[in-house]
Design a protein around this ligand. Structure first.
Ligand SMILES: [Zn+2]
Length: 183
């Protein structure tokens, strides 16, 4: 069942999915979040409760705050870990009542938690490497600029120095480093 279908665009006119006694499709609008109108069961408590849950979820998807991928990843790792520990606790309590399905569920939960933890570590390592390279490049640029400022060169000598520095830096990493001032 699609949430888009349940919370339709207001320009569309959704109709109740039920068939009227005449054999024709019901023409009434469905209760919001449900597929049927109020006279075809749309006001039954369990239908209404589920409809409200779907509307709440659909609205959260549409208007909810978007989190940074980092927050999502860390949250996911935590959830996987909690679920894994829950399965393990049940396993330990179960004793001889354990079924092969219980064991499969345990192995799957461990593997899922390990996979997500690994993914988070990899992502962290990539971020760390990028930050480290940026900091290193800034240090190199600062040192070279300070060295140039400390000596009084003729304008053409300074220009030649900057051109050489720039060439060497570009050769190191293909142009990703911050430019030397004036180069
Ligand atoms: Zn109806």
């Amino acid at each position: 069942m699609s949430y888009v279908e349940l919370v339709p665009d207001t320009r569309e006119h959704p109709r109740c999915k039920a068939t009227a006694r005449s054999g024709e499709r019901c023409k009434l609008p469905p209760v919001r979040g449900a597929l049927v109108c109020k006279s075809h069961g749309g006001h039954a408590p369990q239908v209404l409760r589920k409809a409200q849950q779907r509307v709440a979820l659909a609205e959260a998807l549409k208007y909810g705050e978007r989190r940074h991928p980092w927050a999502v990843l860390l949250d996911t790792v935590h959830a996987a870990d909690v679920l894994m520990r829950d399965v393990r606790m049940k396993l330990e309590e179960g004793g001889s009542d354990l079924t092969p399905q219980d064991l499969t569920r345990f192995v799957e939960s461990v593997e899922r938690a390990a996979r997500l933890a690994r993914m988070t570590i990899d992502a962290r390592a990539l971020e760390f490497m990028a930050q480290h390279q940026r900091a290193e490049a800034e240090t190199v640029a600062r040192v070279l600029n300070a060295a140039l400022a400390a000596v009084s060169l003729e304008p053409e000598q300074e220009a030649a120095m900057r051109a050489a520095m720039r060439r060497e830096l570009l050769a190191i990493d293909g142009g990703g480093r911050p430019a030397i001032a004036g180069a």
